[in-house]
Design a protein around this ligand. Structure first.
Ligand code: PLP
Length: 462
């Protein structure tokens, strides 16, 4: 099982090296050379098995000989043992034909835990074997950072540096990142927005001398192993609703396009997914791209769903690579245009391909708030603002095919927005009830590459 870069000029790697590298050396993202199919009988056989068993069966073919089946099973078991719900990813019915997939029962209360907890385990296995020392540097719009810190804190041979946009994450998100006491964890409040943080991380990766000196690794959603871990819950939820005998639609609150891209991988493996709907807040570049065939980054406007306040959507490059018939040179040209001119026009063939794979919609701030209010009144379910964006958009696509909307975070992660919409202030779960009392530890840094690199070098040497 080999992985190739979306830009076509990086070495082809096996699963373990793909996971440890994060970003390809040509600036591209790794994708599997071919997607291993799962036949109808194997999909049907997932009915009734535990989430952990399903995870091993779905992911195993992608790992090649990097990990044994026993190592994978152990990693999966350890990854999900700390979840607060025995089903891991339970489905709740909101209305006839409309279901909510609750992905927020992990330790940091967002769907990011599904992938991050697993790769924490896989990294540990791989690094223990090689004795290698690495530095994880990640940009976060709020949830990736806390999930990464929770998954990698205290691990030997790993330093974790997380850049978050100062003032643009919720207080719960910030405290989850700044209150870890482990010496290998470093939270940085960057003077800039998420796109700036993500751009500096990419700059660090493109500085090969620096990259090699500190053993730089990315665990952002550009890391293929994270996408893979997210493929699993598309299978478990679709099978619970009757797949492979029945088609299921999904709506996914989308920012960096990692979660929804995982859905497209599930479909490519053979899962009968009908519509795959991109749901955005007012930072709607992905919705506009499908509507207008122009991918134009405007500025980021803060919203009540901050984890989706993104205009440079990294994983969209993977969808583009497929839509451009895997032409790495064409992807490189468009990505250069995005960087230098802030956007590009999609070739007609690519637009047609993308419109065949994805539908899209957006929710305004008012629509998001109204959806939180109405859903609580009608169903008793308290939605976080991101999940509410999804529910609002999904409601425009309901029909004879069952629809699953992904609930990406716990409402208690965004208590102010939820309380404003409902009057109900969702309490934090018991394991983090003292979050507001824990001391914070954070470094404030400017949006400047050299300063950030010095910080990473010093922390690593410490
Ligand atoms: C990360 C995140 C998203 C966006 O997911 P992508 O994979 O970046 O598209 C949506 N909602 C929440 C709560 C998130 O943390």
């Amino acid at each position: 099982m080999n992985y190739v870069s979306t830009r076509g000029r990086a070495p082809r790697l096996g699963f373990e090296d793909t996971m440890l590298a994060g970003l390809a050396r040509d600036g591209g993202l790794y994708v599997p050379e071919t997607v291993p199919p799962m036949d109808r009988a194997d999909i049907a056989a997932l009915a009734g098995v535990s989430y952990e068993d399903a995870a091993v069966r779905v992911m195993r073919p992608f790992l090649g000989d990097s990990f044994t089946e026993g190592e994978l099973a152990d990693a999966v078991a350890a990854a999900y043992a700390g979840f607060n719900h025995p089903a891991r990813a339970p489905l709740r019915q909101l209305a006839p034909g409309h279901f909510l997939l609750e992905l927020f029962h992990g330790p940091t209360l967002a769907f990011k835990d599904f992938a991050m907890q697993l790769i924490g385990q896989l990294f540990q296995t791989a690094l223990a074997r090689s004795g290698q020392r690495i530095t994880i540097v990640g940009a976060t719009s709020g949830d990736t950072g806390s999930a990464a810190i929770e998954a990698f804190r205290g691990l030997p041979n790993v330093d974790v540096v997380i850049l978050f946009p100062e003032g643009r994450v919720s207080e719960v998100q910030r405290r989850q990142m700044t209150t870890a006491t482990d010496a290998n964890v470093h939270a940085v409040a960057l003077a800039g927005d998420f796109d700036a943080a993500q751009a500096r991380v990419k700059d660090m990766f493109n500085d090969f001398a620096f990259r090699d000196a500190v053993g730089l690794t990315a665990v952002n959603s550009i890391n293929w192993a994270r996408v893979l871990a997210q493929v699993v819950y598309y299978f478990t939820s679709a099978v619970a609703l009757g797949a492979p005998h029945r088609t299921v639609d999904f709506t996914v609150p989308t920012g960096n396009f990692g979660d929804i891209y995982a859905g497209s991988v599930a479909r490519a493996m053979g899962l009968p997914i009908g519509r795959l709907v991109i749901a955005t807040n007012h930072n709607d570049i992905l919705h506009r791209t499908l509507q207008t065939a122009e991918h134009l980054a405007t500025g980021v406007l803060p919203s009540i769903s901050p984890s989706m306040d993104i205009q440079v959507s990294s994983n969209f490059e993977r969808a583009l690579f497929d839509a451009l018939e895997r032409d790495g040179a064409a992807v490189t040209a468009l990505m250069d245009e995005l960087k230098t001119q802030g956007g590009f026009a999609l070739p007609q063939g690519a637009v047609t391909a993308l419109r065949g794979l994805y539908a899209s919609g957006r929710a305004s701030e008012d629509e998001t708030r109204a959806t939180i209010t109405r859903t609580l009144a009608e169903t008793g379910e308290l939605l976080c603002p991101h999940s509410a964006v999804g529910v609002h958009v999904a409601e425009g696509f309901l029909g004879p095919v069952p629809m699953v909307t992904l609930a990406t975070a716990h409402p208690a992660k965004f208590p102010d927005a939820v309380a404003a919409a409902t009057g109900v202030r969702p309490p934090l779960p018991a394991h983090m009830a003292d979050l507001y009392q824990r001391p914070e530890r954070v470094t404030h840094l400017p949006d400047d590459l050299a300063t950030l690199q010095d910080f990473v070098r010093e922390r690593r040497a410490a």
